[in-house]
Design a protein around this ligand. Structure first.
Ligand code: S3P
Length: 450
């Protein structure tokens, strides 16, 4: 494998640029890929471990920048968390309601999941004061979606722009139970309210317009909370004041990280990859259904349940892709995979339409705009819609200078697109990938054979 296909260069401003030069006779991707732990489950295992009684042992944790931010914040509030590594992390919980007032600002970095879930916990701890901030991207993301329901529960939260942007200041206090009808299908919103509901007397209910990922519900139950799920109405009800006890958590591989390899092998001729130990929780498998609609050749092998979460190995082979329409209730189940699906659509026959995905505008970047401009620079026929994208496949991509806008999923999506481009692609601010997948580019080198 010629090492010159993928190179990472450090720039003077401490960012990194990734240069990809596929050989003129093409390349293929083969082998086994073991993906890092699920980001959503990793955050929750650290947080729930910190507020439980006793010890939580986590195997398979994602050692990426986002979980590092969560661990740092909870250490500042008194939890003992061993150094993060994928083999074993030990969290000594301090018990529900016992998070200490930190003596400094809590910095969540780039992590929306950390700030939104943590706000529910902080707002409900009486008489303690917290300030929370994050990086440039985080400070531009809407917090009103969690601040407003918390205020309905009685929370006191201040922030920029009418309490809607971080930095936020929180004066914890006793909250009241509510039934919250969430206008968005968001696991971050749902989880924030449920976590606030832990400290409340009585039952807190969240109803969503469509089902979002249910990792909080599964893990809170495993830690001892009482939850009722109404799958007809997408509602979950939590009974306040449970005793949470530390658990052994095994984090499966992240299907959102697997998605890059699924699309890569599907679009690069003669490729075949086996992606092992992938979490296939039905609230996350929209990507498999979308790729199936696009006629991708993907098979599930070795399906099993690991610590309450469904897991499988995924085998993907190159094949002809066809366009499809992705809309409605599948969107929350593939919300983080839309950038890489846009890459798949670029190589599919026909016009793929993605709708009902306006949420992408408030992720780590405006992912609709960024994918349209950056893939467009490479020659893709891609149009930004108010709530989605329209992509006509079959164009030849050319190498270009593109930017990640510091968004990890954009970095990896553009890297996969560049494997099929003619000539050299330079991806600026490629270091963003380490938010959720620190070894992504090294693994890419390893699976390339030409
Ligand atoms: C996440 C939920 C999703 C997702 C994010 C992680 C979580 O956000 O995009 O990467 O862990 O709960 P929303 O809940 O805002 O859709």
């Amino acid at each position: 494998m010629p090492s010159s296909i993928v190179t990472i260069q450090k720039k003077d401003d401490h960012t990194q640029k990734l240069v990809i030069v596929p050989p003129s006779n093409g390349l293929t991707l083969t082998g086994n890929v073991s993906i890092p732990g699920d980001k959503s489950i990793s955050h929750r295992s650290l947080m729930f471990g910190a507020i439980a009684e006793g010890e939580t042992v986590i195997e398979g944790l994602l050692v990426g920048e986002d979980p590092q931010s969560t661990a740092k914040c909870f250490r500042q509030m008194g939890a003992t968390i061993s150094p993060l590594n994928p083999e074993k992390v030990i969290v000594q919980g301090i018990g529900l309601g016992n998070l200490q007032e930190p003596t400094n600002i809590l910095d969540v970095g780039n992590s929306g999941t950390t700030i939104r879930l943590m706000l529910g916990l902080l707002a409900s701890i009486s008489d303690r004061f917290f300030t929370v901030t994050g990086d440039d991207s985080l400070r531009s993301r809407p917090m009103s979606r969690v601040v407003e329901p918390l205020q309905q529960m009685g929370a006191t939260i201040w922030g920029r722009n009418n309490d809607s942007l971080a930095p936020l200041a929180i004066k914890g206090q006793k909250l009241q139970a509510i039934h919250y009808m969430s206008p968005v299908a968001s696991a971050q919103v749902k989880s924030c309210i449920l976590l606030a509901g832990l400290m409340v007397d009585g039952k807190t209910t969240v109803t969503e317009p469509a089902l979002s990922r249910d990792h909080s519900e599964r893990m809170l139950k495993a830690f001892g909370a009482e939850l009722e799920i109404d799958s007809q109405t997408h509602s979950v009800t939590l009974t306040g004041q449970p005793t949470l006890r530390g658990q052994n958590v095994i984090v499966p591989g992240d299907i959102s990280s697997a998605a890059f390899w699924l699309v890569a092998a599907a679009i690069v001729p003669d490729s075949e990859l086996l992606i092992t130990n992938v979490g296939v929780n039905p609230t996350r498998t929209g990507i498999l259904e979308a790729l199936e609609m696009m006629s991708a050749d993907i098979t599930k092998e070795n399906e099993r349940i690991v610590a309450g979460e469904p897991v499988a190995d995924l085998r993907v082979k190159h094949g002809k892709l066809t366009a499809c329409t992705i809309e409605g209730s599948i969107i929350p189940r593939l919300i983080d995979e839309i950038p890489i699906l846009a890459v798949a659509a670029t190589f599919a026959e026909g016009t793929t339409v993605i709708k009902d995905a306006a949420e992408l505008r408030v992720k780590e970047s405006d992912r609709l705009k960024v994918m349209a401009t950056e893939l467009g620079k490479m020659g893709a026929k891609i149009t930004e819609l108010p709530d989605g994208l329209e992509i006509t496949g079959g164009t030849t991509l050319n190498g270009a200078e593109v930017d990640t806008y510091t968004d990890h999923r954009i970095a990896m999506s553009l890297a996969i697109a560049s494997l099929m481009a003619q000539g050299e692609t330079t991806i600026h601010r490629a270091e963003a990938a380490s938010i959720s997948y620190p070894m992504f580019f090294e693994t890419l080198q390893q699976v390339i054979s030409s």
